[in-house]
Design a protein. Structure first.
Length: 543
């Protein structure tokens, strides 16, 4: 009996010491799991020299957990936007699992529900933060919002958030406003504390919304790396005194956890895209101008978090050619034509490693692969990913140079790379051999008559238009290919320029030798591309 009483007293003493903080120097980092390492893949985007093209940069780093902090930004218990509340509520369990995991490994957790400190005035985590001695010197403006940093000067901001970003339907917004009033909350600023779904560990966490306190905490605990989670990406996460901009401009190794965040963006505002596409655009902007990002599955395993209301089909665009500038034209086309319906992911060459592509793991969840690659043998593992996607019977769309995507002209691949010279015939049913002279003008016509046995051909309308580039020599196609459009030029035979093909594996492919920069300025080509993408991704015929 005495032993049991002593054990209870010991546990109570430990808890008491954790709550009061009176026996621990909280300026020192945790010694728990001091050797724990967080292996992360930092993703950023770098402008390619002499071209307006961003290429991905992946930086693999190993962070000592006890020298790493996570800041939880404004995960309030309520909000004036009903849909923002729904999304934050859905996000919270995944975020809490992330916090639990890194906390257990020894990372510092800082909860920053801005404007809610009065709710925590007696909380050990709030007292702990307030007791940290102020660092000397403090960065200028550390307690102020930061609306931009120098690196953003030359980059256009991707969304219009001037309306506040609320995406509620009018009737649901009014119903939510009335509910907040009944709860005794201010409908414009109803938050009072952080949501309860996120655990605040009284024994070791911190609570603060002040830039100077958080900065001092990072410095005095020798924190080298910071991750931000929370909302909203385009507002508080970027601009708060403890946000991405302040930390980045003051040379902190900071990263956004890109799947543990959400934007305030209204699809009724420019660029008139799906709410989640708006978030994707802001994340791209951050990776280009502010700091890199990571994803929660790097810590938790499994797959990245995705909102249940994000039902966009996923298109992966693999781009690796410079002759026709599809690294510019395809993303522009996607933003203007696909942003309301589709989730678009890009697989691009690493900024300083030719023939090595970044993002091929995205094929695991792709509904359609768009290939615009020219003569790029790949590392064996990467080409196998492409082969695996195709052999699974999934849809493929080839743009122009995709007919000779993964092989060199009349030569073997360099050491360490492998080719796929049969890609054209096996995947598209094609037979590319060369092209007619660039000076030979050609025009595109619908095949006569359009083969109605093809599901893609039913209801499709192809209007004649002038082709922007040279006419490819592709005859003869595999006999089962269904030609939808032909190119015609003076003095040469007609050549197929767009066709559908059912592969041996049963999957559907579509190929077009069109895709010159000028083609992307042509309404008729855009209409054809829209039709193919919507049909092959499962969205359906829109004509």
């Amino acid at each position: 009996m005495i032993t049991i009483k002593l054990r209870v007293f010991f546990i109570a003493s430990v808890v008491l010491l954790g709550i009061t903080g009176s026996r621990k120097n909280w300026a020192q980092p945790s010694t728990t799991s001091i050797k724990s390492v967080l292996n992360v893949q930092l993703r950023s985007q770098r402008l390619q020299d002499s071209q307006p093209i961003y290429r991905p940069v992946i930086d693999s780093q190993s962070w000592q957990a006890n020298k790493t902090a996570v800041i939880v930004c404004d995960m309030w218990d309520s909000h004036h936007c009903y849909r923002a509340v729904k999304r934050a509520t859905e996000l919270a369990p995944r975020m809490n699992a992330f916090l639990d995991t890194v906390r257990e490994q020894g990372a510092t957790i800082i909860h920053a529900p801005s404007g809610c400190m009065s709710a925590y005035q007696d909380h050990p985590a709030r007292k702990r933060a307030a007791e940290i001695s102020k660092a000397v010197p403090l960065p200028a403006g550390i307690n102020q919002w930061c609306y931009s940093i120098d690196r953003e000067a030359d980059e256009d901001y991707p969304i219009d958030q001037s309306d506040g970003g609320e995406d509620d339907a009018p009737e649901e917004h009014e119903a939510w406003r009335q509910q907040l009033i009944r709860q005794g909350r201010n409908p414009r600023s109803p938050w009072k504390k952080q949501m309860d779904a996120l655990t605040i560990d009284a024994s070791c966490d911190f609570i603060s919304d002040r830039g100077d306190e958080i900065w001092s905490l990072l410095k005095q605990r020798s924190i080298d790396n910071v991750m931000l989670v929370g909302v909203h990406t385009n507002m508080c996460v970027l601009g708060r005194p403890f946000g991405l901009r302040q930390l980045a401009k003051n040379h902190v190794n900071v990263a956004l956890v890109r799947d543990l965040t959400d934007t305030m963006y209204n699809p009724a505002a420019k660029p008139f895209v799906n709410h989640f596409t708006g978030t994707d655009l802001v994340i791209d902007y951050i990776e280009r101008t502010v700091c890199p990002t990571i994803s929660s599955e790097q810590i938790l395993g499994g797959s990245a978090f995705r909102f249940s209301s994000d039902t966009r089909p996923t298109i992966v665009m693999m781009i690796g050619e410079s002759e026709y500038a599809t690294a510019e034209t395809l993303p522009r086309y996607a933003l203007e034509n696909l942003g309301k319906t589709f989730r678009v992911r890009y697989v691009l060459e690493h900024h300083d490693r030719d023939n090595h592509f970044v993002g091929l793991d995205g094929l695991d969840e792709a509904d359609l692969l768009v290939v615009s690659v020219r003569r790029k043998p790949l590392p064996g593992e990467q080409l196998q990913r492409v082969r695996d996607y195709i052999s699974a019977g999934k849809s493929v769309l080839g743009i122009r140079t995709a007919s000779h995507a993964f092989c060199l002209r009349n030569s073997a691949p360099p050491e360490g790379l492998v080719d796929w010279p049969e890609f054209d015939r096996e995947v598209f049913g094609g037979n590319y051999t060369n092209h007619h002279p660039n000076t030979l003008s050609s025009k595109v016509f619908p095949a006569a008559p359009l083969p109605q046995q093809s599901p893609l051909a039913r209801g499709i309308e192809i209007r004649p238009f002038r082709q922007g580039g040279s006419l490819y020599k592709v005859r003869p196609l595999v006999s089962t290919a269904t030609v939808l459009a032909i190119g015609r030029a003076e003095g040469v035979g007609d050549e197929p320029v767009a066709w559908a093909y059912t592969r041996v594996d049963g999957g559907q492919s579509f190929y077009t030798s069109l895709g010159h920069r000028q083609d992307f300025r042509t309404d008729e080509f855009i209409e054809l591309l829209d039709q193919v993408i919507k049909t092959y991704s499962g969205v359906g015929n829109t004509h």
